[in-house]
Ligand binder design. Structure first.
Ligand code: GLN
Length: 307
C-alpha cells in the first residue's frame, strides 16, 4: 500500500472552482473513512489558498490557480495518509492560544483543556507569585495556557526532548509569555529541586501494546515518546509521583491528565505516595480526564477519626 493507503488523491484539474474542489476533497476524505471530512476539506482548501476558512463562502466560483491546486494536492495526499490537520498546518489552537507543533511534540487535544480547567480551579485562591512545574511539556500548551490566566505565576516546563523544548520556547515567545516561562531538559523531575505550588502533567499513558490500535492520526504522527506509558500505561505516573513529594509545597496540587480507564489505578498509586484525590474533571466526551491530587487532603483523611 502507498502512503495514502490506496485512496486516490484528487487531481484538481485546471479550472476547478473552489466549491468543486471542496466537494471533491470532502468526497475523497469521506471515502477514506475520515470522520471530519467536510471540515477538513474546508480547512485545507482555505489554507492552500492562503485565505480564512470563512472567505471560501464569498467566492465559491473562483477557479483555483496553479499554485493553489498544487498545494491542495499536497495537503490532500498528506491528509489521506492520515496526517492530522494540525500537523499539516503546523499549528493548533489550544485554550484560545496558537501553538506551533514539531514531530517531537504531541498535538494539543481539546480534551486536555480539562487539565487546564482543573488546575485553574485548584489554584483559584492563589495570591502573589507562585511556581508551576509542567512535566513533559511538549509544545508547552498546558503551562502556557496556565500562565496566560495567572498574571504573577512563573512556570518551568520540562521535557526530555531538546527539540520539544525549542518548540515550547518558541510558543512562549509567540504568545507573549516568555518572561514568565523557562524550559529545561530533564528526565521527569530528576534534574530539579524547588518548591512548586502546582505540578501539572499530561504524561505518556497509553499501554505500550495498545499504541498500534490507536487512530492512525495518533499512532503514525504523534511521537511515540509522548504516548508510551509502558506495559500497564502507568510508568510515568509512578516516576512523577516518586519525585512530587520533594518538589511540591505543603499546600500544593498535582494535576494529571488520565487515560479513560486510569482513574482508580492512578488514585491508588497516588495514595501510595501520600496524595489523595481532591477532584476529577471530565472531558467533552464525558471521560474522567483530569485528576487533582493534594497532600493536605491525605493528611486530613488519615488524621480524622470517624464520628
Ligand atoms: N490523549 C492522547 C490520545 O488520545 C494520549 C496522550 C498521552 O498519552 N498523554 O492518544
Amino acid at each position: 500500500m502507498d502512503a495514502t493507503d490506496g485512496f486516490p488523491v484528487p487531481a484538481f484539474a485546471a479550472g476547478t472552482t473552489r466549491a468543486q474542489a471542496q466537494a471533491e476533497l470532502r468526497r475523497a476524505f469521506a471515502a477514506a473513512g475520515i470522520d471530519s471530512a467536510a471540515l477538513d476539506a474546508r480547512l485545507l482548501l482555505a489554507a492552500a489558498l492562503g485565505i480564512g476558512p470563512t472567505s471560501l463562502f464569498a467566492h465559491p466560483d473562483a477557479p483555483l490557480d496553479r499554485a493553489g491546486a498544487a498545494r491542495l494536492r499536497e495537503y490532500a495526499a498528506r491528509r489521506l495518509a492520515r496526517e492530522p490537520i494540525a500537523r499539516i498546518l503546523g499549528e493548533a489552537e489550544f485554550w484560545g492560544l496558537r501553538f506551533r507543533l514539531s514531530p517531537e511534540t504531541l498535538a494539543p487535544r481539546p480534551d486536555t483543556e480539562a487539565v487546564v480547567e482543573a488546575a485553574l480551579a485548584a489554584i483559584a485562591p492563589w495570591r502573589g507569585p507562585q511556581l508551576i512545574l509542567d512535566l513533559g511539556t511538549g509544545s508547552g500548551c498546558i503551562l502556557l495556557a496556565l500562565l496566560s490566566e495567572t498574571k504573577e505565576a512563573f512556570g518551568i516546563g520540562v521535557d526530555r526532548s531538546p527539540a520539544a523544548l525549542a518548540t515550547a520556547r518558541a510558543n512562549a515567545q509567540a504568545n507573549g509569555l516568555a518572561d514568565r516561562a523557562a524550559f529545561v531538559a530533564s528526565d521527569w523531575a530528576s534534574a530539579l529541586t524547588g518548591h512548586f505550588a502546582l505540578i501539572v502533567s499530561n504524561p505518556p499513558y497509553i499501554r505500550a501494546e495498545e499504541i498500534d490500535a490507536l487512530d492512525p492520526e495518533v499512532s503514525r504522527f504523534d511521537p511515540l515518546a509522548a504516548l508510551d506509558g509502558g506495559p500497564g500505561g502507568l510508568d510515568c505516573y509512578r516516576a512523577i509521583l516518586s519525585d512530587a513529594g520533594r518538589l511540591l509545597t505543603p499546600a500544593g496540587h498535582i494535576v494529571f491528565e488520565l487515560g479513560h480507564d486510569q482513574t482508580e489505578p492512578v488514585a491508588d498509586l497516588a495514595a501510595e505516595h501520600g496524595f489523595a484525590v481532591e477532584t476529577t474533571r471530565r472531558d467533552l466526551g464525558g471521560h474522567t480526564r483530569a485528576m487533582v491530587l493534594s497532600r493536605e487532603r491525605a493528611l486530613v483523611s488519615r488524621g480524622s477519626s470517624p464520628t
